[in-house]
Design a protein around this ligand. Structure first.
Ligand SMILES: Cc1ncc(COP(=O)(O)O)c(C=O)c1O
Length: 431
C-alpha cells in the first residue's frame, strides 16, 4: 500500500526520521502526522504545495482552512514586505490595529469592539473568561465534536467517545465545569441544561474538525432564544466560518447574532491570529480604565496585534469585503459537494458529503450526518484510505479533515479532485 507515495517521497522520509528525534511524533501539531509519514513542504504558491522531493499537491487543506486567497497572494505579500521595512513587532500601540478592528466592526454586525490574539485557542480562552466575568457564573457549555483549540475548559468532548478526557493533565474541576451538549438537537440542549446555570454556550456554526457539519438554521435560532431566556452568552466560534461563509461570517449567513464572536485563521491573512469581539457593553469588561479588580476581565499578549499580521489581515478582509469572491467560492463549493455525491452514488459507494459554502467533507456511511456522533460512526479507515490515495495522486486533504476552497483554485484543480475521486470510487466498486 502507498508504494507510489513511498517511491516519490524519499527526502520526506529522511526528514521524518530526523524530525522524530527532536519533535514528538515528528510534527509540531499531532494532526499533521499521517501514514506512513507526512511529506515535508518546501514551498507553496497559489493553490499548490510543493514538497522537498519536488512533488506538487493541489491544496484543499489550505493551512488549516486559513488561506482563502491561496498561498502567498500577491497583495498580501506586497503589504507584508512594506511593513517589514517599518518594523516586525512593536509592543506598542499602532494605527494598523485600529484599522483592522474598524474593518472587522464594519463587516461583522455583532462586533462593536475587538481584541486581537495570536491564535483561535487564545481567543476562545479569553472569550470564555469574558463570559464568566460578565455573568458571574463558572460553568460553561460546548457541543460534542466541537473544536475550539487546546484551552483546558474547551478541550473536552471533541472526539468520540466524548466522555473520555481528550488529554492528560485536565483537572477534575475543569472537566466538571464544562457541560457537553448534543449538536443540532435543541431538546437535548434544554434537557442537559435544565438544572444548570452556565455563563456561555460556545458553538461552531459549522462543525469543522467534527466533520464539516452545518448547524440547522432552526436549531441555531432555537439556541439563540434559549440563551436569551436563560441569560446565557452565546459565543459563535467563527474561526473557520468567519469571512468565509459570508463577509460577515456565519452570523450573516444564518441571520442569527451571537453575543461574542471568536475569529482566527482567515483574519490573519496567512499569519498567526485570533480575535474576539462583541457589543460595547460586553467588551468594556476588558477595559481596565472602567473596571477594577476583581471585575475587570484580563486579555493581553506580547505579540497581540502584531503589525505584520494586522497588515496581512487588513489586506485580506478588504479583498473579501464586497462578497463577490465569497459568493463565487460558495457556488463552486455547492458544485463540488453535488458532484462528489454523484460520483460515489454512481459507483454504488455509500457516502455523505457534508459542508456548506466553501467547506466540505466526505463520510463513508449510509447514515445522514447531522452531528459528530455520525462522523465517528462512519468508516474512518476508508476516509483515510481515500485521502491517502488522493495525496498519492497530487491532491491534498489532511486525512479525515474538512477541506476548503480558495480563490486560487482553478477549474482544472477542481476537475483533478473529481477525476481522482472517480478513480477511487471505481476501485471501491470493483473490490
Ligand atoms: C473552530 C475552531 N476554533 C478554534 C480553533 C483553534 O485555533 P488555533 O489553532 O489558531 O489555536 C480552530 C483550529 O483549527 C478551529 O477550527
Amino acid at each position: 500500500m502507498l508504494k507510489e507515495y513511498a517511491s516519490k517521497t524519499s527526502k520526506s522520509k529522511a526528514l521524518y526520521e530526523r524530525a522524530k528525534k527532536v519533535l514528538p511524533a515528528g510534527v509540531s501539531y499531532g494532526i499533521r502526522y499521517f501514514e506512513p509519514y507526512p511529506f515535508y513542504t518546501a514551498k507553496a504558491k497559489g493553490s499548490k504545495l510543493y514538497d522537498v522531493d519536488g512533488n506538487e499537491y493541489i491544496d484543499f487543506w489550505l493551512g488549516h482552512t486559513a488561506l482563502i486567497l491561496g498561498h502567498s497572494p500577491p497583495a498580501v505579500v506586497e503589504a507584508v514586505k512594506r511593513q517589514l521595512e517599518n518594523g516586525t513587532h512593536y509592543g506598542t500601540s499602532h494605527e494598523l490595529e485600529i484599522e483592522l478592528a474598524e474593518q472587522v466592526v464594519k463587516m461583522v454586525s455583532g462586533a462593536e469592539m475587538v481584541r486581537f490574539t495570536n491564535s483561535g485557542t487564545e481567543a476562545n480562552m479569553y472569550a470564555t473568561r469574558l463570559a464568566r466575568a460578565c455573568t458571574g457564573r463558572s460553568k460553561i457549555a460546548k457541543f460534542e465534536g466541537g473544536w475550539h483549540g487546546g484551552y483546558d475548559a474547551l478541550h473536552i468532548g471533541v472526539h468520540y467517545p466524548f466522555n473520555i478526557p481528550e488529554s492528560a493533565g485536565l483537572t477534575a474541576g475543569t472537566l466538571q465545569d464544562t457541560i457537553l451538549l448534543p449538536f443540532n438537537d435543541l431538546e437535548g440542549v434544554e434537557e442537559k441544561l435544565k438544572n444548570e446555570k452556565v455563563a456561555s454556550i460556545v458553538i461552531e456554526p459549522v462543525l469543522g474538525a467534527g466533520g464539516g457539519i452545518p448547524a440547522e438554521k432552526e436549531f441555531l435560532k432555537g439556541l439563540r432564544e434559549f440563551c436569551d431566556e436563560k441569560e446565557i452568552l452565546l459565543i459563535f466560534d467563527e474561526v473557520i466560518t468567519g469571512f468565509r461563509l459570508a463577509p460577515g461570517g456565519a452570523q450573516q449567513y444564518y441571520g442569527i447574532a451571537p453575543d461574542i464572536t471568536v475569529f482566527g485563521k482567515i483574519l490573519g491573512g496567512g499569519f498567526p491570529v485570533g480575535a474576539f469581539c462583541g457589543c460595547r457593553k460586553i467588551m468594556e469588561r476588558l477595559d481596565s480604565l472602567l473596571h477594577n479588580r476583581p471585575h475587570y476581565s484580563f486579555h493581553g499578549g506580547t505579540f497581540a496585534a502584531n503589525p505584520i499580521t494586522m497588515t496581512a489581515g487588513l489586506t485580506t478582509l478588504k479583498i473579501l469585503e464586497d462578497g463577490q469572491l465569497i459568493s463565487k467560492l460558495n457556488m463552486v463549493g455547492d458544485k463540488i459537494r453535488e458532484q462528489l455525491r454523484e460520483i460515489f452514488e454512481g459507483n454504488g459507494v455509500d457516502v455523505q458529503v457534508t459542508g456548506t459554502s466553501s467547506i466540505f467533507n466526505t463520510h463513508f456511511t449510509k447514515e445522514k450526518v447531522k452531528d459528530a456522533n455520525a462522523t465517528f460512526r462512519a468508516d474512518r479507515k476508508k476516509l483515510v484510505d481515500y485521502n491517502l490515495k488522493l495525496i498519492e495522486n497530487g491532491v491534498f486533504f489532511l486525512p479525515t479533515h474538512t477541506g476548503a476552497l480558495s480563490t486560487a483554485h482553478s477549474k482544472a484543480d477542481v476537475e483533478k479532485l473529481l477525476l481522482e475521486t472517480e478513480k477511487y470510487a471505481k476501485k471501491c466498486k470493483a473490490s
